[in-house]
Design a protein around this ligand. Structure first.
Ligand code: ZN
Ligand code: ZN
Length: 344
């Protein structure tokens, strides 16, 4: 099979390798679509350093079952499936609390986080555990299905962790791919005013056109707090940081009023910001955060798509066959792109 193997930073090579064999509880999936995540790009470019070579990236796949181990009960050859990128034991304390993304025995196929990193989906076939698979409803395209994991992250942050309520006025800082999904989920959940803040005009346009934002503000303009409060004088009920830079977190802190819930969603680097203890006390601000995904979040994202409440395919801006993965990687480095999909 054809696979894109990362041999070293900046050394991504297309190679013909044997099709992997599934173990007893594992399934072989023929990949139809796989999202190209910023995490993959950072591994290829050496922006994130926790990569063991050789590495096959790609952790947002959907495809068709091509083989199954003898212990597999719920999937058979020909089934259309969506893969959760993080495997979990199901038995540890965290798994039993419903937080399988904290699992002490976790593994990832093509992703980042656990120590046990297995080959991902920038290949024609991939093997994963049966418990990572979901049946793909027939009315969801494979490209949309490949976006289940990022959509599930948006669902987990906005719905599960920050508990958006109908009519909430929401600010989303950073409206690249994941920020757009947060906007779409917030809109589907009945947000009142939905304000997007981003430095890129392309991102702001998409926030309105695709994400359903009611307003978009240039992150580089001055007096951002005043601009937000001009639109919602009562201040935001919920602020979601889906940007990454520490400045976005600082802006979120600055946008709060009494009772505002805020979610640290985008930043993954270890940078500091300041909080006034007494002020935070009297604001009764509620800080949430969210990373990764869980079976509950995956299932909820699939339902949002199946019922037509959110169509993540709208955020796809580029599609490439696996043989053109280097072109896809180059596009990932450009500012004017949303989601890039690989179709092996
Ligand atoms: Zn991802
Ligand atoms: Zn576990």
């Amino acid at each position: 099979m054809l696979a894109a193997i990362l041999k070293d930073f900046n050394r991504l090579e297309l190679e013909d390798i044997p099709i992997p064999r599934p173990g007893d509880d594992e399934v072989l999936v023929k990949i139809v679509s796989c999202g190209f995540c910023a995490t993959d790009y950072k591994a290829i470019k050496g922006i994130r350093r926790n990569v063991a070579f050789p590495f096959i990236a790609g952790h947002e796949p959907a495809g068709v079952v091509a083989g199954a181990g003898k212990g597999v009960r719920h999937f058979k050859e020909g089934d259309e499936v969506i893969c959760q990128p993080s495997g979990y034991c199901g038995v540890c304390q965290y798994c039993r609390e419903g937080n399988s993304h904290y699992c002490e025995h976790a593994y990832t196929t093509g992703g980042d986080g656990p120590e046990d990193v297995r080959p991902g989906a920038f290949a024609e076939y991939m093997v994963t555990g049966e418990s990572c698979l979901f049946h793909k409803p027939a009315n969801i395209s494979f490209d949309a299905a490949a976006l289940t994991e990022p959509l599930s992250g948006a669902w987990k942050g906005v719905i599960q962790k920050s508990e958006i309520k109908i009519g909430d006025d929401v600010v989303v800082i950073g409206t690249g791919g994941i920020g757009l999904l947060c906007l779409m989920v917030a809109k589907a959940a009945g947000a009142g005013r939905l304000i997007a803040i981003d430095a890129s005009e392309y991102a702001r346009r998409n926030a309105i056109k695709i994400g359903g934002a009611t307003h978009a503000i240039d992150a580089r303009s001055s007096n951002l707090r005043q601009q937000v409060y001009d639109i919602i004088p009562g201040g935001p009920d919920l602020v979601v940081e889906a940007a990454g830079p520490i400045e976005a977190v600082k802006l979120m802190v600055d946008l709060r009023r009494r009772g505002t819930r805020w979610n640290i969603f985008g930043i993954t680097t270890h940078e500091k910001f300041e909080l006034d203890g007494g002020l935070t006390h009297f604001l009764e601000g509620r800080m949430d955060a969210s990373f990764g995904t869980t079976p509950l979040a995956m299932q909820s994202a699939i339902r949002l798509m199946e019922r037509g409440l959110v169509n993540p395919e709208l955020i796809v801006s580029h599609r490439y066959p696996l043989s053109k993965i280097h072109e896809a990687a180059a596009v990932m480095g450009q500012p004017e792109r949303n989601k890039v999909i690989i179709n092996p």
